[in-house]
Design a binder for this molecule. Structure first.
Ligand code: NAD
Length: 357
């Protein structure tokens, strides 16, 4: 029996999370596991219901679970709220901090059937298989923020800081992942300009001595943004700080065809959090158009990283792969000769593939 906290959130979150639950239930039936799902409010939905985007009850449910499955949060409705009550700042960041989730893993794998779905050339992306490991509880997003009136306007400040401890922790984790993959680690920074990046690079250089079996390289973030599009197959494991990782992973999502394909796992504490890499997509919410596969693949990561159920995780991934091979596509991926499927239908197709494995 595994306890899973379910936080659908806002926008398409409430459409895609049920599809991931269906996949987990199918896995449970097939492999004899029981999942107990406890739903809780988060984000704008929580603010509307109880006046705070991360209610204490939600946090407690998460802490008492084996893992958390999150949809997405935020949307135009809540953008005018004071900063501390906005879904992202008021819920997502404290949730990561409270659960001690310092590492965010975003595997970027191109399913062979999706080579044509990307806006990038087939020869550039065929065979892409990389993972971005992003530091998640430090850096600019967590630094002190300030505004002050000055002559002629306002001055805003965000503090960017990293300690050796924070850098070592995430980089060591990335080295361990590299050891289980192709033994290549690319550390991304902006050491030519930013002081925290200089400390980052020095720390990685020191740690590299402990991992002689892993080929270490350093890359400036602007170059990395370009290399991801120019030649993404050069990468195996990318490790980087919070904001650079945020931006690079959205870019990397296009290597997989759509942001709707990119899962993520946030780990480091006792309870891991699993969510798609995208946001609440207000432009398509409520229209049965959202691609649920990133969330379903996040559920696979939940099985792998929090519950140690590798075979079961692979079952979901294989099922997703087969649905794609069979030509089903949500609108974000549709191309000539493929069959259009809505959010719920896509979830049903994955479930039937899991059952038939
Ligand atoms: P977004 O990721 O929500 O959407 C960007 C584009 O990608 C949109 O055109 C959207 O339709 C499309 N898209 C996203 N997910 C999709 C899916 N599963 N299937 C098909 N298409 C999909 O980013 P945004 O528009 O910049 O942000 C919308 C809201 O989400 C904002 O309030 C933002 O702050 C929030 N947000 C939340 C998270 C999170 O919950 N972790 C992450 C990013 C953004």
């Amino acid at each position: 029996m595994y306890k899973i906290a379910v936080l659908p959130g806002d926008g398409i979150g409430v459409e895609i999370v049920p599809e991931a639950i269906k996949a987990l239930q199918a896995v449970g039936e097939k492999y004899n596991h029981q999942f107990e799902f406890t739903e809780a409010l988060v984000g704008g939905a929580a603010y509307d219901a109880v006046g705070h985007p991360l209610p204490a009850e939600t946090l407690q449910i998460c802490k008492q679970s084996d893992a958390v499955l999150l949809g997405a949060i935020g949307g135009p409705k809540w953008e005018q709220l004071p900063v501390h009550l906005r879904p992202e700042v008021g819920a997502l960041l404290p949730l990561r901090k409270e659960l001690g989730l310092y590492a965010n893993l975003r595997p970027c794998f191109l399913f062979p059937g999706l080579t044509h779905a990307s806006t990038l050339k087939e020869e550039v992306i065929a065979g892409v298989d990389l993972i971005v490991i992003r530091e998640l509880t430090g850096g600019l997003y967590f630094g002190e923020k300030n505004r002050e009136k000055i002559d002629g306007g306002v001055k805003a400040t965000d503090i960017l800081s990293y300690s050796t401890y924070e850098i070592e922790r995430i980089v060591r984790y990335a080295y361990e992942v590299a050891r289980k993959r192709n033994h290549k680690l690319c550390s991304v920074d902006k050491a030519n300009v930013i002081e925290t990046s200089r400390l980052w690079r020095e720390t990685v250089t020191e740690l590299a001595k402990e991992y002689p079996d892993v080929e270490t390289s350093h890359m400036y973030v602007d170059n990395c943004a370009m290399q991801l599009i120019r030649n993404p197959k050069q990468f195996d494991v990318i490790v980087t700080e919070n904001m650079f990782g945020d931006i690079l992973t959205d870019e990397a999502s296009m290597l997989t065809g759509s942001i709707g394909m990119l899962p993520s796992a946030s780990i480091g504490g006792e309870v891991g959090l699993y969510e798609p890499s995208h946001g609440s997509a207000p432009d398509i919410a409520g229209q049965n158009k959202a691609n649920p596969l990133a969330t379903i693949l996040s559920a696979a990561m939940l099985l792998r990283y929090s519950l140690n159920l590798e075979k079961e995780a692979r079952a979901i991934e294989t099922a997703v792969s087969r649905v794609i091979e069979n030509g089903y596509r949500t609108p974000d991926l549709i191309e000539e000769g493929c069959r259009l499927a809505g959010t719920a239908e896509m979830g049903d197709l994955v479930v039937s593939q899991i059952k038939s494995l």
